[in-house]
Design a protein around this ligand. Structure first.
Ligand code: PEP
Ligand code: MG
Length: 595
């Protein structure tokens, strides 16, 4: 629960020596203690003064050094991205490296320094802006998409000229303190051995929060002023259980948190027994516990965590990391290697869910992006993007255990349109004799209107997967990425759980399996309720698989059904949460303190 709303006016100068304790919202579970690394995405002010002719050699030298430094950084980013996400993604940074050494731009920069007497940063700004303007004027959309890359490269060179703080300076075991982060920042930090993150802003199910959970890094969001009251190196406690951040803690507080950390470690270790056993309730109901995957290299952890397959593979990275949708052949290679890595595990791959918070900074901005051009709406408006992706998936699925699902469905018409496009694809592939596999096609149920017609939709598809992150935001009209109202973002609101129940019933009326892949699946309070409702599969962030399996193995389905009947009659979220808490503590006292 957020206690501090953003300050609108009247800020006092902060005292940077005293202990500061702020309450935000816990977005990734666990505790961390470590020195602060203050991450600021500085606004860059270009120094447009001219320099004396005798100083121009020095400016040219500064430029050369900045290029060397930028090159090193980009090689590092490209390598990390290659390891985390594969060659498809690292290509974008390789292209940026080529831009760094572009002979035409370098010539202009050196000329501006020598002849016009510009500083290195002013000459860089001017030369890159000229190129950007040329691309902007071009009608070629591929070239226009390179503008973001040129801007990135320009800022990197200028930042290095200005000797700004770089990510590579993050010390081991640091806690990142920032106003907000982007998914790209998260990818970089994931390699720095950081122990925790605290943010002024952010949303509970924002993309950054989901990545922090995948990486198992405690995260507290919505602290509003933390980045203004912390210095680099200050000791920080991150309490990702209660959503608290403490800067410069007193020794007794530090001691208290060290003990909490130790207790939490022991608590987590109880889930590690029999990790590879299937999750079967005491009275014999089997639930498949699957993993939500963000990064391809997470697949390596599936065995360690006991995941029984991939219940949600998000493909948006393919677009976000490069700024355009890759070709069918690129995608085919990517999905083939993904399905190979997943070996015999079943994989449910999701079609592009671009839009909402998954947009490029350079793309056009909508007034209400979450209510806008997103997911299936883009795909149906752009059959070229739809067909490229689906053809690539179907081709890569030959001999593999793959299912396909579509996000953001809001009515039955969209399901009909998907089916028509799929038919067209089958005919086209058959005509060309291209090998492919007809795989089960399902939909995500994450918009309330889809729930209302879920009986009809269920007759047309092979499975349902409930996306509670969006279902919660659209049912309650609470933006999932907005920290100011994150205390209203409650996945256990009676309205939400009744919609989940209706979806499961509709699916079962048509004998199709229903899974959950939203974050509610990893909220252990909800596990008995979901089992009582009859959920077939639960797909959660990989690190939570052991815990969810442990709970299932210690429950009786018959008790869960009784609990569900009771809880579905409750009218407020407070009553629902209180009942689920008391029930779980009664059945599994070891969870007290962590629910
Ligand atoms: C969801 O909405 O619950 C979901 C799983 O999809 P995403 O978080 O990617 O929107
Ligand atoms: Mg969603």
């Amino acid at each position: 629960m957020i206690t501090d709303k953003p300050v609108l006016a009247g800020n006092k100068e902060p005292d940077l020596t005293q202990e500061v304790r702020l309450k935000g919202a816990p977005a990734s579970r666990g505790y961390a203690i470590g020195p602060a690394f203050l991450f600021k995405r500085d606004t860059i002010n270009i120094d447009y003064r001219t320099v004396a002719p005798e100083d121009s050699e020095e400016e040219k030298d500064k430029f050369r050094k900045s290029i060397e430094q930028s090159n090193k950084e980009l090689i590092k980013i490209s390598t990390i991205t290659h390891q985390k996400l594969g060659e498809e993604f690292s290509a974008i940074f390789d292209a940026q490296i080529m831009m760094l050494f572009d002979p035409e731009i370098t010539k202009i920069i050196n000329r501006e320094i020598e002849q016009a007497g510009f500083t290195a940063e002013a000459a860089t700004d001017k030369a890159f802006n000229q190129q950007i303007e040329l691309l902007r004027a071009s009608a070629d959309t591929y070239l226009a998409q390179r503008i973001t890359d040129l801007e990135d490269v320009k800022f990197r060179i200028i930042r290095n000229l200005q000797r700004g703080k770089l990510l590579s300076h993050v010390e081991d075991s640091s806690v990142i303190v920032a106003d907000n982060l982007t998914p790209a920042d998260m990818i970089l930090f994931s390699r720095q051995n950081i122990v925790g993150i605290i943010l002024d802003f952010g949303g509970l199910t924002s993309h950054v929060a989901l990545i922090a959970r995948s990486l198992n890094i405690p995260l507290v969001i919505g602290l509003h002023k933390i980045s203004g009251v912390v210095k680099n190196g200050d000791e920080i406690i991150v309490d990702g259980i209660d959503g608290i951040a403490i800067a410069r803690p007193a020794p007794n507080i530090l001691e208290k948190y060290r003990k909490k950390m130790e207790k939490f470690r022991k608590f987590i270790s109880i889930f590690e027994n029999d990790i590879n056993e299937p999750a079967i309730t005491i009275d014999g109901k089997r639930i498949n516990v699957l993993a939500n995957i963000e990064f391809r290299d997470e697949i390596g952890d599936m065995g360690i965590c006991g995941a029984e397959g991939i219940g949600l593979y998000r493909t948006e990275h393919l677009f976000l990391s490069r700024g355009y949708f890759p070709s069918e052949d690129h995608q085919f290679k990517y999905y083939s290697s993904l399905f190979d890595l997943a070996k015999a595990w079943p994989v449910t791959i999701r079609a592009f869910d671009v839009g909402g918070d998954k947009v490029l900074e350079s793309s056009f901005h909508e007034m209400n992006p979450f209510l806008g051009w997103r997911g299936i709406r883009i795909m149906l408006d752009r059959p070229d993007i739809f067909k490229n992706q689906i053809r690539a998936i179907l081709r890569a699925s030959v001999g593999k255990n793959v299912k396909l699902m579509f996000p953001m469905i809001h009515n039955l018409t969209q399901v009909h349109q998907i089916k028509e496009l799929m038919e067209e694809i089958y005919v086209e592939l058959d005509k060309k004799d291209i090998p492919y596999k007809k795989i089960p096609v399902g939909v995500m149920i994450e918009v309330p209107s889809a729930v209302m017609v879920s009986e009809e939709i269920a007759r047309e598809v092979a499975f349902f997967s409930i996306g509670t992150n969006d279902l919660t935001q659209y049912t309650l009209a609470v933006d999932r990425g907005n920290d100011i109202i994150s205390s209203l973002y409650k996945e256990l609101e009676p309205a939400v759980i009744r919609l989940i129940d209706k979806t499961i019933q509709s699916g079962h009326l048509s004998n199709i399996p229903v899974s959950i892949c939203g974050e509610l699946g990893s909220n252990i309070l909800a596990t008995p309720l979901l089992i009582g409702m009859g959920i077939d599969d639960i797909s959660v962030v990989i690190r939570r698989v052991p815990e969810v399996k442990y709970i299932i193995k210690n429950l009786r389905e018959s008790d869960c059904v009784k609990l569900k009947n009771e809880v579905l009659k409750l009218g407020t979220v407070a009553e629902v949460e209180a009942r689920l808490k008391s029930w779980l503590t009664e059945h599994m006292p070891q969870f007290a303190g962590y629910i």
